[in-house]
Ligand binder design. Structure first.
Ligand SMILES: C[S@@+](CC[C@H](N)C(=O)[O-])C[C@H]1O[C@@H](n2cnc3c(N)ncnc32)[C@H](O)[C@@H]1O
Length: 322
């Protein structure tokens, strides 16, 4: 079962109109170039126009706009996906030229997600996931990994990008008795997200809060550490935090040049953080072994590549009070 909820106070009209924009994007696939990448066409323009009315950008919340690169679509390109436009590919390629490791990092990050969810479901008995910053669906989406082990698992996905919303209906349909919900919301609307997620998740039972490759899109002035602390406060002991973040202190010159290029060419602005700053997100939690490591080193049976990523990742557990 899949539900769509618009977090925030805009009401049903917006939901229906957004659903129309979604249908344009998912049922009528845009034409593609010779490599199969999406091209701007009348349907996309129409969707963009429809979205102008319903999803005008607030703050740095992206509107549907294929002329400017979006984080979700850049990441999709690095993962080898086809749901990206010329502006996304230009920004993604500019970052690759500065630091080829961004591609390895994106793929290693995705594998980290799968290993962490697999561990929490199979070994820690977690059955509820709040996945913030879902991204365009790819291999090993959270519900697929969790429900393969425990079909009754419940997942609430949250993202603020209209492109992700457009794909969510078609691609996030669970096959099992578990529930999947999708919230169209900005991570900074933390209270609203928690309230809406409680329709699907039972916050009196452990929940895995997943913040995978999203927090670098939250600048310091929006208090990312405060957002994480509030999320952790809302879940009971025995809950988990799964987090990854682009590193400022791995290959620092190259990664900062790649980030500068992305910041120039894309809608969002990214803030890199070092190991200590990432570690601080886990304050008050028990860090699972091996701690905060490069994502490809976190409980990987063996390193699949010599090209290491510039991403820190870890998993922490909220202490069980005796
Ligand atoms: C790099 S993708 C990561 C996707 C997925 N978590 C993964 O690791 O494979 C980051 C996602 O976070 C979303 N995002 C960034 N800032 C956000 C915010 N403030 N609120 C909600 N979603 C956000 C983007 O739209 C994008 O889809």
């Amino acid at each position: 079962m899949v539900r769509f909820v618009r977090a925030g106070g805009h009401g049903h009209l917006i939901l229906r109109r957004k659903a129309r924009a979604c249908a344009i994007s998912t049922r009528v696939r845009p034409p593609t170039d010779e490599k199969g990448h999406a091209l701007m066409n009348d349907d996309a323009r129409h969707a963009a126009r429809a979205d102008d009315h319903v999803l005008a950008s607030t703050g740095d919340r992206p509107a549907f706009d294929v002329s400017v690169a979006h984080q979700a679509r850049i990441y999709n390109y690095w993962l080898g996906g086809k749901d990206n436009y010329a502006a996304d590919r230009k920004a993604a390629d500019a970052a690759i030229a500065a630091y080829p490791g961004v591609v390895t990092g994106a793929r290693a990050n995705r594998q980290f997600l799968a290993r962490a969810v697999g561990h929490l479901t199979a070994d820690a008995g977690i059955r509820q996931f709040l996945d913030l910053g879902t991204g365009i669906p790819a291999a090993n989406n959270t519900h697929e990994v969790a429900q393969a082990v425990a079909p009754e698992s419940r997942v609430v996905y949250v993202d603020y990008d209209p492109v992700v919303l457009a794909h969510a209906r078609a691609l996030l349909a669970g096959r099992h008795e578990g529930l999947i919900d999708y919230l169209d919301a900005d991570l900074r609307e933390t209270d609203t997200i928690l309230e809406q997620a409680s329709r699907t998740l039972d916050f009196s039972r452990p929940v895995a809060i997943m913040l995978i490759a999203i927090l670098h899109a939250i600048p310091d002035e929006d208090d990312p550490h405060g957002i994480v602390a509030k999320l952790i406060d809302s879940v009971p002991s025995g809950s988990y935090l799964v987090l990854s973040h682009v590193a400022s202190d791995i290959d620092p010159e190259q990664i900062s040049e790649a980030t500068a290029r992305l910041n120039q060419l894309s809608h969002q602005r990214f803030t890199l953080r070092d190991h200590d700053q990432v570690l601080r997100f886990f304050d008050g939690l028990e860090l699972l072994e091996p701690g905060v490591t490069r994502v490809e080193e976190w409980r990987a049976p063996e390193l699949a590549t010599r090209d290491l990523s510039a991403m820190w990742g870890g998993v922490g557990r909220k202490r069980v009070v005796a």
